[in-house]
Write a protein that binds this ligand. Structure first.
Ligand SMILES: Cc1ncc(COP(=O)(O)O)c(C=O)c1O
Length: 413
């Protein structure tokens, strides 16, 4: 049985680990951003993504306040790949305080459509094509991080004199818990960034291509929390080797990767310690720090709501079938990440009421289409709505139309 409840219950309000202002039960109803989730699901239909704008704002403010508490010069870029819902992007633009990091011409266009100026956009792509580079040439104010010698050569031929960043690969990876699938570098050679062995050649190539290296960039994985901070420390130390070799270096982009709790066992990231590490390694060198988080800003600000259509025992497993699968949220199937699921209405006013262990299966005809395996749920019936928490990032943006079941709606609350 999963440890869904941290302690007992008071006044019918379950003391569930994920409870916070803006996300809690009111009696038997799940409330998100001031709205009854079940009511929204009834009116909009499912699959339905809900994003709470206040939570997004809180996440940005919390990050900014931690950084402001240290003598650090920094810039914040929201990683658009985590969620590109236009109303959400517009909210971020209006909220202020952050630019955007994009990884394709399509995302670059969305950023411009939303009102972000070129000077507020950084581009960090991989396997970048000539037509991608042509697009960057037409946007001279966009900051470009090159992650290969090939892209340095081809950008240089288009944009002589341009200032750029070099994406490096420090040979160390980081991610949620021990999940190897979320590491972008480490013992296995990856496609991301320039390794030590090629770094001098990359600098020479940049110079001979008339590009001016002013920034370093690394993004080594996603979802890290406190237990992973010692590795983040090592990554920052490894970055010094690269920084020592760039004369005129102005900033280091430490990527994204900051995680949020996904289970009752996870604690929120200690931002204070994270900032101390940045200050120790980079602040002392007088370098500006750029940060490009996606998950930290949007993941816990979003829910996915699905409707139960089947409750059935097969051998000793109770399967709960729902009207969406890995095509609308691939985190459990592809990345083996936990996706906390809670009923939108409790049968009996307590989250711990009866129920039992179930496996939640999606509606895609693939064996790996399981959203949650052997989790404890209060009583659930056909027709009920379930909310999957922490679905605000890498849910809708990574969706597909597999089995022509790609339809869903998104609401910004
Ligand atoms: C280059 C780069 N920067 C930033 C991010 C955002 O990462 P996260 O959402 O984990 O903060 C990613 C995610 O894949 C990335 O590839």
């Amino acid at each position: 049985m999963s440890p869904r409840l941290k302690s007992g219950e008071r006044g019918g309000q379950a003391q569930v680990w994920w409870r916070r202002d803006g996300l809690q039960y009111d009696g038997d109803r799940l409330i998100f951003g001031g709205d009854e989730v079940e009511r929204l699901a009834f009116s909009a239909g499912t699959p339905l993504y809900l994003y709470h704008s206040d939570r997004i704002g809180d996440n940005i403010r919390r990050l900014g306040a931690a950084l402001d508490g240290h003598p650090l010069d920094y810039r914040l870029f929201y990683a658009m790949k985590s969620n590109r819902f236009m109303p959400l992007l517009s909210y971020l633009k209006a909220f202020g305080g952050c630019g955007v990091d994009v990884c394709s011409p399509g995302e670059l266009m969305l950023a411009r459509q939303t009102g972000f100026r070129e000077s507020e956009i950084s581009f960090t792509g991989t396997a970048v094509s000539d037509s991608d580079l042509d697009c960057l040439q037409r946007h001279p104010g966009v900051w470009v991080n090159c992650d290969s010698l090939s892209s340095i050569r081809r950008l240089g031929s288009r944009c002589p004199g341009r200032e750029i960043g070099l994406r490096i690969n420090p040979g160390l990876g980081i991610g949620y818990a021990t999940n190897e699938l979320l590491r972008y570098s480490g013992s296995k050679t990856t496609k991301f960034g320039i390794y030590r062995q090629q770094f001098e050649s990359a600098l020479e190539l940049a110079a001979s291509s008339d590009l001016v290296v002013k920034g370093l960039h690394f993004h080594t994985g996603c979802g890290y929390l406190d237990p992973q901070l010692p590795v983040f420390d090592e990554i920052l130390a490894a970055c010094s080797w690269f920084a020592d070799r760039v004369s005129g270096l102005e900033h280091v982009n430490v990527g994204g990767g900051l995680g949020v709790p996904l289970t009752a066992e996870d604690a929120p990231l200690d931002l204070e310690r994270w900032c101390e590490l940045l200050a120790e390694h980079l602040g002392q060198r007088g370098l500006q720090i750029w940060i490009e988080p996606g998950e930290y800003i949007v993941k816990d600000a979003g829910l996915l709501v699905l409707q139960v259509n089947t409750v059935e025992e097969k051998e000793s497993t109770t399967f709960v079938g729902v009207d969406g699968g890995f095509n609308v949220n691939m985190a459990p199937a592809f990345y083996r990440l936990p996706l906390e699921v809670v009923p939108c209405r409790l049968h009996g006013a307590r989250a711990s009421a009866a129920g039992g262990e179930v496996t939640i299966a999606g509606n895609i005809n693939e064996a790996l289409d399981i959203l949650a395996e052997n989790v404890h749920l209060p009583t659930v019936k056909e027709g009920d709505f379930l909310a999957f928490l922490n679905a605000g990032g890498y849910g809708a943006s990574m969706s597909s139309d597999h089995c022509v079941r790609g339809y869903f709606l998104e609401y910004l609350l």
